[in-house]
Design a protein around this ligand. Structure first.
Ligand SMILES: *Cc1c(COP(=O)(O)O)cnc(C)c1O
Length: 367
C-alpha cells in the first residue's frame, strides 16, 4: 500500500541476508552448536573488557558520551593521530552506510570488487548510486578471488564518488600489500573517496601488508575503517571506527546519530585496547588454528583460498549446499556463499581447536 511512497532506491533493495537464522537453529538444537558462520572471536572478549562492562553496568540509566571522548583519545594515542581524525560507529557497518549517504547518491557511481563485502552494494543502492564491482583476480592466481587493484582503478570515472576495498577481504580472506595500495591511491582522483575496510587487520602477519592508517595524513580522500567485532571479540556491543583527515570526519559527523555508540561499548572497547595481551593471545591462537585447519582441509582435496583473517573460504564444488545442510544435522553452522556469487563455496570461521576438530569430523561424515 505504501510502495509508491517508498524511495525508488529503497524499493529495489533486498534485506541483508545474514545466512542462517541462528537463534532458530539454537532453539531447535539439542546441544551447543559449533557456530563458525560469523567470524566472531571464539575466545570471547578480553578480561579487561569484561571488567569494564561490569564496572559500568550501574551507569546504564545514563546516556553515553555523545563524543566518545575517552575511546577516541585512547585510539588517537595508539595510532599517533588527533582525536578529531576519528569517527565512531555502531559497528563499522553503520559507518560504511554513512559514507554512501554523505558522498554518493543518484547520478553518482560507487566501485568495489567482485566478492567484496555485501554491505558495500547495499550502501550504494540505498542512496540510489550506481554500483559497479570490478572483476576479482582469477582463482588460478596466487591471490585467488582477491582484489585486482588495476581493474578497480580502471573502473573509476569522473562520477565515481566512492570506492570500498576490504583489506584483508571478506569473504575471500585475501589481501593486498601496502605498496600496491600506495600506487593505487596515487593513480586515482583526489576527490574520489576511498574507504579501506580493515576489519581483520589485527590478524594479518603477511610482510607486504601494512595498515593504510599512516597514508591518511597524505590523502584527504582516504578513510580507514576498523572494528571491535572481530579480533577484539566485542561483536555484540557494536563498535567500529573510521580514521581520516579532519575534513572527511567532519562530513560524516554531520549525519551521525548523537548517541550511536552505547555506553558499555565505549567502555569495553577502550579497555580492550589497553588489554593487548588478550588480543595477542586471540590472534596467535587464531593463526595456529587457521594454518592447521587450512592444511587439514587441503589434505582432503578441497581448495582453500589464501587467508590472513580468522576465516577460510573453501570450495566444496557442486555439493556445497548439500554439505552445508548436512553439517547442520551435525550441529555445525557455516556461512553459505550463494549471495556472493560463490555457490560452490562455504566460509568457515576458524574456531577453537575443539570446534575445528568437530567440524572436520562432521565434514568427513557428510562428504
Ligand atoms: C565483520 C565486518 C565488518 C564489520 O562489522 P561491524 O560489526 O559492523 O563492525 C566490516 N567489514 C567487513 C569486511 C567485515 O567482515
Amino acid at each position: 500500500m505504501l510502495a509508491h511512497r517508498v524511495q525508488p532506491s529503497i524499493r529495489v533493495l533486498r534485506t541483508y541476508d545474514p545466512g542462517h537464522d541462528l537463534v532458530a537453529l539454537r532453539n531447535a538444537a539439542n546441544q551447543t552448536l559449533v557456530e563458525l558462520c560469523s567470524n566472531e572471536n571464539p575466545y570471547g572478549p578480553s578480561p579487561g573488557a569484561r571488567d569494564a562492562i561490569i564496572r559500568h553496568i550501574d551507569e546504564l540509566a545514563l546516556y553515553p558520551d555523545p563524543r566518545g571522548g575517552d575511546l577516541k583519545r585512547a585510539l588517537a594515542e595508539q595510532y599517533s593521530i588527533a582525536a578529531d581524525q576519528i569517527v565512531l560507529g555502531n559497528g563499522s557497518h553503520e559507518l560504511l552506510m554513512q559514507l554512501a549517504q554523505v558522498f554518493a547518491g543518484p547520478d553518482t557511481h560507487v566501485v568495489a570488487s567482485q566478492y567484496g563485502f555485501a554491505v558495500y552494494a547495499i550502501a550504494a543502492a540505498a542512496v540510489g548510486a550506481r554500483f559497479e564491482a570490478a572483476d576479482a583476480l582469477p582463482f588460478d592466481n596466487e591471490m585467488a578471488g582477491g582484489h585486482d587493484l588495476d581493474a578497480i582503478a580502471a573502473a573509476i570515472r569522473a562520477e565515481t564518488h566512492l570506492v570500498y576495498l576490504a583489506n584483508p577481504n571478506n569473504p575471500t580472506g585475501t589481501w593486498f600489500g601496502i605498496d600496491a595500495l600506495a600506487s593505487f591511491l596515487s593513480r586515482i582522483p583526489t576527490d574520489t573517496v576511498v574507504a579501506i575496510d580493515e576489519a581483520y587487520a589485527e590478524f594479518v602477519d603477511a610482510p607486504e601488508w601494512a595498515s593504510a592508517i599512516p597514508l591518511v595524513q597524505k590523502y584527504p580522500n582516504l578513510i580507514v575503517m576498523r572494528t571491535f567485532s572481530k579480533a577484539h571479540g566485542l561483536a555484540g556491543l557494536r563498535i567500529g571506527y573510521g580514521i581520516a583527515q579532519t575534513e572527511l570526519i567532519g562530513w560524516l559527523e554531520r549525519i551521525r546519530e548523537s548517541f550511536n555508540v552505547n555506553l558499555l561499548g565505549l567502555a569495553a572497547a577502550e579497555a580492550s585496547l589497553r588489554d593487548q595481551n588478550a588480543l595477542e593471545r586471540s590472534v596467535s591462537q587464531n593463526k595456529i588454528e587457521r594454518e592447521r585447519l587450512a592444511e587439514l582441509l587441503r589434505a582432503r582435496g578441497l581448495f582453500v583460498f589464501p587467508s590472513q583473517t580468522n576465516f577460510l573460504l573453501v570450495r566444496f564444488g557442486e555439493a556445497a549446499t548439500r554439505i552445508d545442510e548436512a553439517l547442520r544435522a551435525h550441529n555445525v553452522v557455516l556461512r553459505p556463499m550463494g549471495g556472493y556469487g560463490l555457490p560452490d563455496c562455504l566460509r568457515i570461521t576458524v574456531g577453537t581447536a575443539e570446534q575445528n576438530a568437530t567440524l572436520l569430523a562432521a565434514i568427513d561424515a557428510v562428504r
